[in-house]
Design a binder for this molecule. Structure first.
Ligand code: GTQ
Length: 371
C-alpha cells in the first residue's frame, strides 16, 4: 500500500470504528456533545398583567375538581418541555376562589408560595393551617400532606415555586393523593409561626428532626420591617441590595433543602453591580418597579411580574422606585457539593454593555365601547 492510499483508508477506518462503537450502544467521548452542551434556559420575563385576566378566566371556566390545582405555568421558551421556568424550577400562578378546596396530596418535590393578592386562604401542611397574606413566603416541605382552602370572600392568587424538574432529572419524583379532600387538622392554626417565628428563640421542648425548616410562613410584615431596619444602617450587597435569605431557624440553612429563598430591598434610583453565579434564579417583584439587565438585555419590571436569570448569566438591577424582590434558586443544591461559583464583572465599571431590550409578546388591546 502506498502512503496516500493508507491516509484514505485511515479516515474510512475511523468511520468504520465509530460505526462499530455505535452498534454496541457506545459513543467515542471525543465525538459527543459532552461538556460543550449549553443550558437551554433563556432569560425571560412574564408580565402579571398578561396572566391575571387568564387566571380569572380559568377560575370561571375550570372547576377546581378538574384541575386539582388551578395553575398557569410560566414556561421558559428556550426549554422544549412546555412547563418549566428554568432547567430545575417551576414558577406557577395559582388561583383559588372563595369556598374552594384544592385537595390534599403530597410529593417528593418541595414547594413554596409567595402570596400575590387576596386574603382568607390557607395552606394546610401536615395538619396545620397557615393563613396567607400578600407578600408572605409559605413553605410546603417535600412529602408533607397539603391542601389549600379559601375561606375569604374574594379570589386569591399566589406564585408557586417548585423543584419538580430537578427532582425529575434525579428520577425521584413521587406523588400520592390523600383519600379525602382535606387532611385532618390536628394543630392550632399558625402553630409553627408561634413556635419558630421569633427568629433566634428556639422552643426547647419541641423536637424537629426533618431537614426542612419547621416554619411554614414567613410573614411579609416582619420581613419588610427587617429589610427597612437594615437599610437604615447598612449598604447591603453590591449585587443584590439589602438582601436576606429566608432560613431554617434551627440550622441557619436554606428554608427548603433544594431551594434557597431571598428577599431583597433595592433603593430607589440605585443601580447594582453586575455579577454571575451558578444556580438559576426566579425573581418575583413583591413591590416597586425598575429594570434588570440580564445577559446584556434590559428587562423592565413592575409589581407582581416574574423573571428568570439562568445559571451563569450576568445580571444587575436598577430600581426606579424602592423595590422588594423575592427570589428562589437551586443554589441550595449547589452549595453543599462545591458547585456554587460566583464572579463579579470587572470591565466597564461593573456594568454590562447593553445590547437591546427584552421584548415580550404584545398584550392584545381591549376594544373600546366605541370601536
Ligand atoms: O399547590 O400543591 O403549582 O402540587 C404545582 C403542583 C402547585 C400545589 C403547583 C402542585 C401545587
Amino acid at each position: 500500500m502506498t502512503m496516500s492510499a493508507r491516509a484514505v483508508s485511515g479516515a474510512a477506518e475511523l468511520d468504520h470504528f465509530y460505526e462499530a462503537v455505535k452498534r454496541i450502544h457506545g459513543r467515542a467521548l471525543w465525538q459527543t456533545e459532552g461538556t460543550a452542551k449549553k443550558s437551554p434556559t433563556v432569560p425571560y420575563l412574564w408580565k402579571y398583567r398578561d396572566f391575571r385576566p387568564l387566571l380569572i378566566k380559568a377560575a370561571e371556566i375550570v372547576p377546581i375538581e378538574l384541575a386539582e390545582r388551578r395553575v398557569l405555568v410560566m414556561a421558559n421558551p428556550g426549554i422544549t418541555s412546555d412547563w418549566q421556568a428554568s432547567n430545575t424550577l417551576l414558577a406557577n400562578l395559582q388561583i383559588i376562589k372563595p369556598g374552594e378546596v384544592a385537595r390534599s396530596h403530597r410529593h417528593t418535590a418541595s414547594a413554596l408560595r409567595l402570596v400575590i393578592e387576596g386574603r382568607g386562604a390557607y395552606t394546610a401542611v401536615d395538619g396545620e393551617k397557615s393563613y396567607m397574606e400578600p407578600g408572605d413566603f409559605v413553605t410546603t416541605p417535600n412529602w408533607t400532606w397539603h391542601d389549600h382552602g379559601n375561606e375569604g370572600d374574594g379570589a386569591m392568587i399566589w406564585l408557586d415555586g417548585l423543584d419538580v424538574p430537578l427532582v425529575q432529572v434525579l428520577e425521584a419524583n413521587l406523588y400520592e393523593a390523600y383519600s379525602a379532600n382535606k387532611f385532618p387538622v390536628t394543630n392550632p392554626d399558625d402553630l409553627s409561626l408561634r413556635l419558630y417565628g421569633a427568629g433566634s428563640l428556639r422552643p426547647t421542648w419541641v423536637k424537629h428532626h426533618a431537614i426542612h425548616s419547621p416554619l411554614l410562613n414567613y410573614k411579609f410584615a416582619q420581613t419588610y420591617a427587617a429589610l427597612k431596619a437594615m437599610a437604615e444602617q447598612a449598604e447591603g450587597s453590591p449585587y443584590d441590595g439589602v438582601s436576606v435569605e429566608y432560613t431554617n431557624p434551627l440550622s441557619g440553612g436554606p428554608a427548603l433543602p433544594t431551594m434557597a429563598c431571598f428577599a431583597s430591598l433595592l433603593r430607589a434610583g440605585r443601580h447594582t453591580q453586575a455579577h454571575r453565579h451558578t444556580g438559576g434564579t426566579i425573581y418575583h417583584v413583591i413591590q416597586g418597579s425598575g429594570r434588570s439587565i440580564i445577559g446584556g438585555k434590559v428587562f423592565h419590571w413592575n409589581e407582581k411580574d416574574t423573571f428568570v436569570v439562568p445559571s451563569w448569566a450576568w445580571h444587575e438591577h436598577h430600581a426606579t422606585t424602592e423595590s422588594v424582590l423575592f427570589s428562589y434558586s437551586d443554589s441550595a443544591v449547589l452549595q453543599p457539593f462545591g458547585l456554587y461559583r460566583e464572579e463579579a464583572l470587572q470591565e466597564n465599571g461593573g456594568h454590562q454593555k447593553i445590547e437591546g431590550e427584552f421584548i415580550s409578546l404584545p398584550v392584545p388591546e381591549r376594544r373600546s365601547a366605541a370601536g
